[in-house]
Design a protein around this ligand. Structure first.
Ligand SMILES: C[S@@+](CC[C@H](N)C(=O)[O-])C[C@H]1O[C@@H](n2cnc3c(N)ncnc32)[C@H](O)[C@@H]1O
Length: 228
């Protein structure tokens, strides 16, 4: 499904979110400024798609020594991420590494990363608990995880947003991508995703402490954080 929308993925993202997606990636990256600036920082951006969260982490890390890797199981998405990183490459910073991998079976040793993030990807995993356990496994003790994903805003704004998200967005997404299906799946996948309290419980059960959720843009999206 993701491979089928890869060619127009960036365009649909920016149109459907009215470019607010860029602010969310940057804000999430800023939340981990200390970890990104630390010497020997090793960062994994899971379900990286075409790499926008990965690039936000790279730019937040600046000229620091952070080694940043984006992983996704869609080859087509990674090809786009790689092409974008050639355009954006800065001789003073290391370009991200791109790795084709399933988030549920990561090809990394235990305790390898100081930070693992995932933007709008974690929600798509077939097994959330297994995904969290795999993140805990590859994190160093003291390492942190940041999961940025959609939420369901409440109140009047929530009702208006639901009309947009369920009725209008799937139509525009289908028009831009030329593919029927994925953009109808999007609202369903958000409904299937646990509410913040349940997600925080799952994070604690997987082994995270200091689990928290910060709503972004009235709760349309939000950042889950946890420490190993
Ligand atoms: C909605 S896109 C998000 C991409 C990017 N992080 C962003 O913020 O635009 C979700 C991505 O998750 C990837 N994905 C879904 N399940 C995965 C899994 N089990 N392992 C690796 N990648 C996965 C898809 O291939 C897709 O590129």
């Amino acid at each position: 499904m993701f491979t089928s929308i890869a060619p127009r993925y960036d365009l649909s993202n920016h149109v459907l979110s009215l470019n607010v997606d860029r602010l969310w990636w940057r804000r999430a990256a800023r939340a981990f400024a200390d970890l990104l600036a630390a010497p020997n920082a090793r960062v994994l951006d899971l379900c990286c798609g075409t790499g926008d969260m990965t690039f936000a982490l790279r730019s937040q890390a600046g000229n620091g020594s952070a080694r940043i890797c984006g992983a996704d199981f869609s080859h087509a998405m990674l090809q786009r991420a790689h092409a974008k990183s050639l355009l954006q490459s800065n001789p003073e910073t290391q370009t991200p590494q791109w790795i084709e991998a399933d988030a549920l079976r990561l090809p990394f040793p235990d305790a390898h990363f100081s930070l693992v993030t995932s933007a709008f990807g974690f929600r798509n995993l077939a097994d959330y608990n297994a995904g969290l356990r795999e993140i805990v496994r590859v994190l160093r003790p003291g390492g942190e995880c940041g999961i940025l994903d959609f939420g369901e805003p409440k109140g009047l704004l929530g009702s208006l947003y639901r009309v947009y998200f369920k009725q209008i967005l799937p139509r525009i997404g289908t028009m831009i991508s030329g593919v029927r299906g994925p953009y109808a799946y999007l609202p369903n996948s958000v409904e299937r995703f646990p509410q913040p309290n349940e997600m925080l419980d799952r994070m604690r059960s997987a082994g995270f402490c200091e689990a928290s959720w910060t709503p972004y843009t009235f709760g349309i999206a939000g950042l889950y954080r946890g420490k190993k």
